[in-house]
Ligand binder design. Structure first.
Ligand code: GLY
Length: 581
């Protein structure tokens, strides 16, 4: 192998990390390393689903085997994850889906949560003028959910199978239950604090306070009934029907903001995707209110023309140039990006090759540039707000079918289990996506990223997102489908895996397993995954980086088309699955 150091580090990361607070059994199993998995990606000839939860991935492959296309499978996986991966899969959240059909048609559907009609700019400021925690916890933290309508519109546009057949597997999983695996045990443990704030969440997800052991069956009859209504009546049940009435009634009873009108008026917005070229590849990416598309295109533009590939993947040279590109993009993100329906986002200016060239020219090839010297500069005090949180929120899946239709979908409740609230009688967990707005322009959110006026709260507006579902073609043919969960680390994680595949010629399994890093301008910190090479770390420190080790990185998932086959990768240390046939 050309980059033996990087591959040695890959092997060392195949030790499952000891996650704090696992249930007893999960803790025991976490002490033992995974058997060394093959570095080979999963290969399949006909179709593939890569998702963060195994049963949901298999549900998608079943739909493909039954003749459904990638969009049909995406609908089924989207609903299945709401049952089997409740920490992020959802009915009560929102997201983005990017679709590219084999004939070249593409669609980007924005089903991001919207601020309720009663939302106000200062709704999360306390009497002292400082942001409170209300954007994160409790009923007021939720935006109007878009997931059910988003899946509905994707199906109406490109689906081929009956809607009810696609929702049916999730109804069965919720009604009959499924065994709690390590991924869910771990998530329930991490989410206990948040879930414990809500009696309905305690009842369902913490089994009345007794908790679930590995392998025990978790059933969600209320969610099964909700999904059954959605299967029978279509997505409108959630927005105008029985489910909508239940949501609005409970919101009103608990001081939440979402009304029946908010639900009735919620719209999925089809937007033109962003597109750009890099080294002979054509990238299709999400436009604002995702920051991801602008970010990936801007950062690739800054890297193109530097010598960042000269010393191999995860070398000090590669990390340095990539971190400097990240730093510059996140500075722009803090100022210019928000919902384009409410703010004039200067996408063209941000992606202008001359502007990108100027940004690239500002990178010192030998030294880190302190963030305070990168415009737009913000007060030093903000740099003290360190984002050292785990970054496993949100979930992503990729699907390619036999015809070559492709779906890249990321959706989220924001934090693990959202605001921790389950709407009584529905089994629906609510998002806390309002925290992705700038509660006070200039102040950081839970991911430590700063937003400006562009991302201030307004009724009906959608908060800025890092979600970056991406599809890449070469010579007009599908090449790669990629995306990730991980808060503000999504965009940089997706960037790294794209570069690992395109520039460093890695297969998708090695690319997603390679130790990752993240810089987001403020705080002026280079976050390195804990298993990063110590020699590289020392070199980067000499170059002027302030380094912090992190456990959590964006958990990227990817499918690459190679020699007529599909190759899929999902992080070996985690519990996802590349499922193909
Ligand atoms: N809630 C995470 C994101 O949308 O970026």
């Amino acid at each position: 192998m050309a980059h033996a150091g990087a591959y040695a580090r890959l092997l060392s990361m195949r030790q499952r990390p000891l996650a704090a607070g696992l249930t007893a059994l999960a803790t025991l199993s976490a002490l033992f390393p995974l058997p060394l998995l093959s570095k080979d990606p999963v290969r399949a000839k006909h179709g593939m689903v890569v998702a963060q939860e195994r049963q949901a991935a298999d549900v998608g492959v079943e739909i493909l085997k039954q003749g459904g296309n990638a969009v049909d499978a995406a609908v089924a996986v989207g609903f299945a994850l709401a049952v089997t991966h409740p920490q992020a899969g959802n009915l009560g959240g929102g997201g983005f889906v990017l679709i590219r059909m084999a004939d070249g048609r593409r669609a980007f559907l924005d089903f991001r949560e919207a601020a309720p009609g009663k939302a106000t700019r200062d709704m999360y400021l306390g009497p002292d003028g400082k942001p409170t925690r209300d954007s994160l916890v409790g009923w007021r933290a939720s935006g109007v959910p878009g997931s059910v309508k988003g899946l509905g519109e994707a199906h109406a546009k490109f689906g081929t199978k009956k809607w009810a057949e696609l929702v049916a597997p999730s109804v069965k999983l919720a009604r009959e239950g499924f065994p709690v695996d390590e991924g869910l045990a771990n998530a329930l443990s991490e989410g206990t604090k948040s879930l414990s704030t809500d009696p309905e969440s305690i009842r369902i997800f913490l089994r009345g306070g007794h908790g679930y052991q590995l392998g025990e069956i978790i059933k969600q009859p209320d969610l099964a009934a909700t999904l059954g209504r959605i299967a029978q009546n279509g997505p409108q049940d959630f927005y105008e029907g029985a489910t909508a009435h239940k949501i609005a009634q409970q919101m009103s009873a608990h001081g939440g903001l979402i009304t029946l009108d908010d639900l009735k008026n919620y719209k999925v917005i089809e937007r033109a995707p962003l597109e750009g070229d890099y080294k002979g590849y054509h990238l299709i990416l999400p436009p604002p209110p995702s920051a991801g598309g602008v970010g990936v295109l801007q950062m690739l533009g800054m890297l193109d023309g530097t010598k960042f590939t000269a010393e191999g993947p995860d070398s000090a040279m590669a990390v340095h140039f990539m971190a400097e590109a990240m730093r510059r993009f996140y500075a722009d993100r803090s100022e210019y990006l928000g919902d384009p329906d409410f703010y004039n986002v200067p996408v063209k200016m941000l992606l202008d090759p001359k502007y990108i060239e100027r940004r690239r020219a500002g990178i010192d090839p030998e030294h880190a540039t302190p963030s305070d010297l990168v415009e737009p500069g913000l007060p030093r005090a903000l740099a003290a707000h360190v984002s050292q949180i785990e970054s496993s929120e949100t979930t992503h899946f990729d699907i390619v079918d036999e015809q070559g239709n492709a779906v890249s979908l990321t959706y989220t409740l924001n934090a693990y289990f959202g605001n921790g609230v389950t709407i009584p009688g529905t089994g629906i967990l609510l998002n806390n996506e309002m925290d992705d707005f700038a509660a006070k322009p200039g102040s950081p959110n839970m991911f430590g990223v700063i937003g400006g006026e562009a991302n201030a709260i307004e009724p009906g507006k959608r908060p800025l997102s890092s979600m970056t579902p991406t599809i890449i073609t070469r010579d007009g043919k599908l090449f790669m489908v990629v995306g990730a969960p991980g808060g503000s680390r999504i965009t940089t994680g997706v960037l790294q895996v794209i570069v690992d595949v395109i520039d460093f010629h890695m297969n998708p399994q090695d690319a997603v397993d390679l130790p990752r890093f993240h810089h987001q301008w403020k705080p002026d910190t280079l976050f390195l995954q804990k298993n990063f090479d110590r020699g590289v770390e020392a070199k980067l420190t000499q170059m002027g980086y302030i380094i912090k080790p992190i456990e959590g990185v964006a958990r990227v998932e990817a499918i690459v088309v190679k020699d007529g086959s599909l190759e899929g990768g999902t992080e070996s240390r985690l519990w996802g699955k590349a499922s193909g046939y």
